[in-house]
Design a protein around this ligand. Structure first.
Ligand code: 7TS
Length: 416
C-alpha cells in the first residue's frame, strides 16, 4: 500500500456526528466492531424521524383512506395525500396527479410495462441499456414475449458507461419506449439521460428513467429532465421499504389503462361495467401502504432538511477519497470509472472471490454487497462473475472508508 490519501476537511455546514446520531442503527457493533454500513445502494438506513413518523401514524392516526368520514380517516387521508404532495415537490412534478404510489421502483416499472405496454404490437421495439438493473430488463423482456415486440439494447463500455455512438440508429420509427437507468447501481455512473430524452423526443417517443439510485444522492427535477416516466424506491432514500413512486406525465397517464383493479381505483361499479377513478387513484387499487407513504414523506423532509446539494457534495468527497484509497490496495481494480459518478465503488481484487471477501469484511464490521448486483448482463459484458461493491451515503465517514481498506488488506492476508 502507498501513503494514505490526503483528507479534505469536513464541510463545517454538515455536522456528520450529529447526522449519524439521527440514525439509531448506525450506533451498533457487528462482530465486536463498530458497524461500517457501506451497502446503501441496496437499501439505506432510516433516520429516527422516519421511524417515528411511521410509529406515530400507527399509534395516533391509523385508518383507511379516501372513504370513511370519521376523524382518524380524515387524518390518515391527509397524511397520505400530504406525503404525495411532499414527493411531488421533491421531484418537481407539475401536479400531484402525476405521482402514483407503488411498492417500489420494481412495481412502478411493472405498472408501466403492464399498462402502457398494452399498446405494443409485433414489430414494435423497446429500448433499454446494457447497464440496467434486472428490474428494468425483465418486465420489458416479458412484455416482448407477450406481444412479439423486440427488446433493443444501448451498448455499454468497459468503463461502465453507455455507448451512445449509435443512439440515433437504435431509436427508430419502431421504438415505442426508451427505458434507461439514471444512475447505475453497479458502477455509480450518472448517465447523460438528457441526451437520451432529447433523441427520443425528437421522434416523439416517451422515456422512462429508473431513478432508484438517483433520488437519494442529488436533486431530481422531472420537468427539467423532461422524462415521461420516472421511478424510484423509498427505501433507498432513507424511507421505509414497500413504498415507491411512479411519476408519469399527466397527459400520458391519462391514456393508460388501469394496472391492478379493485377498490379505490374506481368511481362507480355495477355488473354492467366500471367507471375508473381519476389520476392518480386509478393506478392505486386496494388499500395502499399508507404508513410507508407517511414514512417516505418524512424521509423527504429529512433529506430537504439536510439539503440534497450538501448531500451530493459530501458524497462526492467520500467518493474521491474512497477511489484514491482503494486504488492504493494491491491487486485491486475499480470497476466503473465514469467521470460523473454517484458514490458507488465496485471493485475486484486479484485472486479473491467477492463472496469470500464479503464474509471476511463482515467479520471486520464492514457491510458491503458482493455478487452481480442484479445486473447480470453488465457483469457478462465485463466477463466478471461479480464485484464487491461499497456504496456510500452522506452519513458514512472517511474513517469507515479507511476501515474498508484495512479490512481488504486483512482479507488478502487470509485468502492470499
Ligand atoms: N433500479 C435500480 C437502478 C436499482 O438499483 C434497484 C435496486 C432497483 C431498480 C429495484 O429497486 P426495488 O426497490 O424495487 O427493489 N438495487 C439494488 C441493489 O443495487 N442492491 O440491492 C438492490
Amino acid at each position: 500500500m502507498t501513503a494514505a490519501p490526503e483528507r479534505r476537511p469536513e464541510r463545517p455546514a454538515l455536522d456528520i456526528e450529529a447526522i449519524r446520531r439521527d440514525f439509531p442503527i448506525l450506533q451498533q457493533q457487528v462482530h465486536g466492531q463498530p458497524l461500517a454500513y457501506l451497502d446503501n445502494a441496496a437499501t439505506s438506513q432510516k433516520p429516527a424521524a422516519v421511524i417515528e413518523a411511521v410509529s406515530r401514524y400507527y399509534r395516533e392516526d391509523n385508518a383507511n383512506i379516501h372513504r370513511a368520514v370519521h376523524t382518524l380517516a380524515d387524518r390518515a387521508t391527509a397524511a397520505y395525500e400530504g406525503a404525495r404532495e411532499k414527493v411531488r415537490r421533491f421531484i418537481n412534478a407539475g401536479s400531484s396527479r402525476e405521482v402514483v404510489f407503488t411498492r417500489g421502483a420494481t412495481e412502478a416499472i411493472n405498472l408501466v410495462a403492464a399498462s402502457f405496454g398494452q399498446r405494443l404490437r409485433e414489430g414494435d421495439e423497446i429500448l433499454v441499456s446494457h447497464l440496467e438493473h434486472h428490474a428494468n430488463i425483465v418486465p420489458w423482456q416479458q412484455l416482448c414475449e407477450r406481444t412479439g415486440a423486440t427488446l433493443r439494447v444501448i451498448p455499454m463500455t468497459a468503463t461502465g458507461e453507455l455507448d451512445l455512438a449509435d443512439l440515433d440508429g437504435l431509436i427508430n420509427e419502431r421504438t415505442r419506449l426508451v427505458s434507461v437507468v439514471h444512475v447505475s447501481n453497479v458502477f455509480g455512473t450518472i448517465n447523460p439521460v438528457e441526451r437520451i430524452v432529447e433523441a427520443a423526443h425528437a421522434r416523439e417517443i416517451p422515456v422512462l428513467l429508473d431513478g432508484a439510485q438517483a433520488t437519494p444522492h442529488a436533486p431530481v427535477d422531472v420537468q427539467s429532465l423532461g422524462c415521461d416516466f420516472y421511478v424510484f424506491s423509498g427505501h433507498k432514500m432513507y424511507g421505509p421499504t414497500g413504498i415507491g413512486v411512479l411519476y408519469g406525465r399527466e397527459a400520458l397517464l391519462e391514456t393508460m389503462p388501469p394496472y391492478q383493479t379493485g377498490g379505490d381505483m374506481i368511481r362507480t361499479v355495477s355488473f354492467e361495467g366500471t367507471e375508473f377513478n381519476e389520476l392518480p387513484f386509478r393506478f392505486e387499487a386496494g388499500t395502499p401502504n399508507i404508513a410507508g407513504a407517511v414514512g417516505l414523506g418524512a424521509a423527504v423532509d429529512y433529506l430537504e432538511g439536510v439539503g440534497l446539494e450538501r448531500i451530493a457534495a459530501r458524497e462526492q468527497e467520500l467518493l474521491a477519497y474512497g477511489t484514491q484509497a482503494l486504488e492504493s490496495v494491491e491487486g485491486l481494480s475499480i470497476v466503473g470509472t465514469a467521470p460523473r459518478k454517484a458514490a458507488v465503488l465496485s471493485f475486484v481484487v486479484e485472486d479473491m472471490h467477492p463472496g469470500d471477501m464479503g464474509t471476511i469484511l463482515d467479520h471486520q464490521g464492514v457491510a458491503v454487497r458482493t455478487g452481480h448486483h442484479c445486473a447480470m448482463p453488465a457483469m457478462q459484458f465485463l466477463g466478471l462473475p461479480g464485484t464487491t461493491r461499497a456504496s456510500l451515503a452522506f452519513y458514512n465517514t472517511f474513517e469507515e472508508v479507511d476501515r474498508l481498506v484495512k479490512a481488504l488488506a486483512f482479507a488478502r492476508e487470509v485468502l492470499g
